[in-house]
Write a protein that binds this ligand. Structure first.
Ligand SMILES: [Zn+2]
Ligand SMILES: [Zn+2]
Length: 287
């Protein structure tokens, strides 16, 4: 922790990948070094755990080698950086038995639940989601995405729901400036109410900002809904897959969390949440 005037601040990144994920080439040590350079106090490595046979990341994550590397980095970086062992499970509600075994077998600190494949056939990341699925009606595609997210919120084993409006990251060329999550408020609020009842959190995923988008996943209004409805569990993550992305826009995200009514962000150890206050004036990271 550092101090800024009388305020206590803490910069953390709770959504990072390394080469234990199929779509990253970064070593864990490199990612830790980048975290230190950006004055992060904690980093959680949330590697892809995917079971869809059509996904290139499927069955790639080697848990034991990963946990050995976490231990090695903890030794190497000592008290200068807290390293949390995380996992990002795709569609945990549809793969409950397999995911459950992995969660039971290893000492995870933090579990993200993600909806990447809206159905077993449709990856929300690909043009198909916006163009051919739902007859190219992207509004209907989003409705079906958020409907599936309700099922994930209800049935998945995870701590925090990742990138709540994930398709918004990739579909700008199809929906232009017309996407407004307010159109889907009924479905999103239903998912949020389930998350809150189960003590599950949401994250501010800053990745869209790096792609020039106006909003992170999800936009501020969703953070406000969750907060007003009584939600308190909020993490912040960059979704970094490379060292230059680690810790990106963490201060901006903290400012957004404050603006949405949050006084604390959430950290995890052994899947137990703790809450740290957000300073009035958070410092810019050293990016
Ligand atoms: Zn993801
Ligand atoms: Zn991710």
């Amino acid at each position: 922790m550092g101090t800024l005037g009388h305020e206590v601040y803490m910069l953390v990144d709770y959504h990072c990948h390394t080469c234990f994920s199929q779509d990253s080439k970064a070593s864990m040590a490199e990612q830790c070094q980048a975290a230190l350079q950006r004055r992060l106090h904690q980093i959680a490595f949330t590697e892809h755990e995917d079971y869809n046979p059509d996904d290139p990341t499927s069955f790639y994550f080697r848990h034991e080698a990963y946990l050995r590397e976490v231990e090695r980095c903890r030794q190497a970086f000592g008290t200068s950086l807290v390293i949390r062992a995380g996992i990002e499970i795709s569609e945990p509600h549809r793969h409950a038995a397999r995911a459950g075994r992995v969660l039971a077998e290893y000492p995870w600190d933090f579990v993200l639940g993600s909806l990447h494949w809206v159905t077993p056939e449709v990856d929300s990341y690909r043009p198909q989601f916006f163009t051919t699925w739902c007859d190219g009606d992207w509004r209907l595609a989003f409705r079906r995405y958020f409907t599936e997210m309700i099922a994930l919120a209800r049935d998945g084993d995870f701590d925090v729901l990742a990138h709540l409006d994930y398709p918004a990251r990739y579909g700008k060329r199809y929906f232009g400036d017309e996407y407004d999550i307010g159109e889907f408020e009924d479905l999103v609020r239903e998912a949020l109410s389930i998350l809150i009842a189960r003590g599950k959190g949401i994250e501010i995923n800053t990745s869209p900002w790096r792609k020039g988008a106006a909003h992170p996943n999800p936009p501020q209004v969703v953070l406000s809904w969750y907060r007003e409805m009584g939600g308190t569990v909020l993490t912040i993550g960059s979704d970094a897959h490379a060292p230059q992305e680690v810790g990106a826009d963490m201060s901006r995200a903290l400012a957004l969390a404050r603006a949405a009514g949050f006084t604390h962000i959430t950290l995890f150890e052994q899947r137990k949440p703790t809450f740290v206050p957000i300073a009035n004036d958070v410092p810019e990271p050293n990016v």
